[in-house]
Design a protein around this ligand. Structure first.
Ligand code: ADP
Ligand code: MG
Length: 410
């Protein structure tokens, strides 16, 4: 039995009109001789009635205790459950032999970290059984259950991960992530008009781009696919374009020897804040206290720069005020720059190539972009800029690395 997994995101299943395109893609998958597992997100976005954030607004828990989170998962999971039934029914109306399953019924088992649960395993027996009797099994994404039967959700973007987890467990031919853009692009097309589709990209580059904010796919999904060596395709619900193939090696897939590209794409994360804390020279204890304070308050820190006289790092903008308050209570003086964005140039071939940093600084300076902080690794260069210069910065880097000019690998 050849199995293909298809995943459709929130906008793809939002309206009946949109779902006609979904049904077309499902028929195409069936015509190619596959049985289909179709993973769906909730219908639409807030304020659509069954979107995740709309459902969340129906309750108000004062404290996010484990009990509250368990109940929130029961509530949130309804969005995907509804979507799975609605789509399955429309497939049936179109003469297709389809059925729907919740994540729990489909055998997605997680730990009990409610609202951010981690997938422990997939028990594929039920899906396999349904695939004997049906051509299409529609599975509610983003949700699973604990061993003891409580409903869980696996965090934002979780339906991508659901799709790949089933793909791996069922040894699918491929996992196709259908969305509202035609593939993984050299930058977010909402920010860069000249962004181009990347034809083929490695798991490593994709996971890196995803972690740095390219939200077209969830990084955890890429990691699972990499381990299971299942190819992923990112493509549009609304077109025939073949999209982006994510695999282990570009060279193998393209059949020719293509050198690693210096920069594959530019990703960004906005709404972060930079904290700058002077310390007494070589006061190592202060450095430790600062990060322990953040850890105790469960605030995640990023972009850390330490020197003998100061500690600089970033936190998410929505916890910035709390972070400052906690540090001031411990006697630190904190300067904060709110509303910043982290821009990352991600590649596979940066190691030891001279001139990359020069290219970045020249491009940003030419466009009057103020760099608040920067760092680099062998695959990534990061710069921190103010949110209002984000578009300028990304476009400058996109142009400097000529990502708009040629197809990404040819
Ligand atoms: P879905 O609901 O289908 O999961 P998402 O909104 O999660 O869709 O992801 C698709 C969006 O990701 C696109 O509309 C696009 O704006 C954004 N995006 C960010 N970075 C990239 C990128 N490098 N390539 C393509 N899309 C990107
Ligand atoms: Mg998504």
């Amino acid at each position: 039995m050849k199995i293909l997994v298809q995943k459709f995101g929130g906008t793809s299943v939002q309206t009946k009109e949109n779902r006609t395109h979904v049904i077309k893609q499902i028929k195409r998958g069936l015509d190619a001789g596959n049985k289909l597992v179709v993973v769906v997100s909730a219908l639409g976005r807030n304020p659509d009635p069954y979107a995740t954030d709309t459902l969340l607004k129906m309750v108000d828990y004062k404290e996010k205790s484990i009990h509250a989170k368990r109940e929130l998962d029961m509530l949130m999971s309804c969005g995907e459950t509804i979507a799975s039934v609605v789509l399955s029914n429309e497939l049936q109306q179109n003469g297709l032999n389809a059925t729907a399953l919740t994540g729990a019924q489909a055998g997605l088992i997680t730990n009990d970290e409610f609202t951010e649960a981690k997938i422990k395993k997939v028990k594929p027996d039920r899906i396999k059984h349904e695939l004997m009797d049906h051509d299409v099994v529609v599975v509610a994404g983003f949700q699973g259950r604990t061993e003891s039967g409580d409903i869980t959700t696996i965090g934002r973007g979780g339906s991508d991960t659901t799709a790949v987890a089933f793909g791996a467990s069922l040894q699918a031919e491929s996992v196709d992530i259908f969305t509202d853009v035609e593939g993984m692009m050299t930058a977010d097309p909402r920010v860069v008009d000249s962004a181009r589709i990347i034809d083929v990209v490695t798991y490593a580059e994709t996971s890196n781009l995803a972690y740095q904010g390219a939200k077209v796919i969830h990084p955890r999904a890429v990691e699972i696919a990499m381990q299971a060596e299942i190819p992923i395709r990112i493509r549009s619900t609304y077109s025939d374009h073949i999209g982006t193939l994510i695999t282990s090696s570009r060279t193998k897939e393209m059949g020719v020897d293509i050198p690693d590209r210096l920069v594959t794409g530019i990703a960004h994360i906005d709404e972060i804040a930079q904290l700058n804390i002077p310390i007494k020279e070589n006061d190592i204890q202060s450095q430790a206290t600062i990060f322990q304070t953040m850890a105790d308050a469960n605030i995640s820190v990023d972009f850390i720069n330490m020197s003998p006289t100061k500690v600089v790092y970033t936190v998410s903008n929505d916890v910035a005020k709390k972070a400052v308050q906690l540090l001031e209570e411990k006697g630190f003086k904190v300067t904060v720059v709110e509303h910043c964005a982290k821009v990352s140039a991600v590649g596979a071939g940066m190691t030891g190539i001279p001139g990359v940093a020069a290219k970045i600084t020249t491009a940003l300076t030419k466009n009057d972009v103020k760099v608040l902080q920067s760092a680099d690794s062998h695959t990534t260069i990061w710069v921190l800029v103010e949110n209002n210069q984000l578009k300028l910065a990304i476009n400058a880097l996109h142009e400097a690395f000529e990502l708009n000019k040629t197809s990404a690998y040819i």
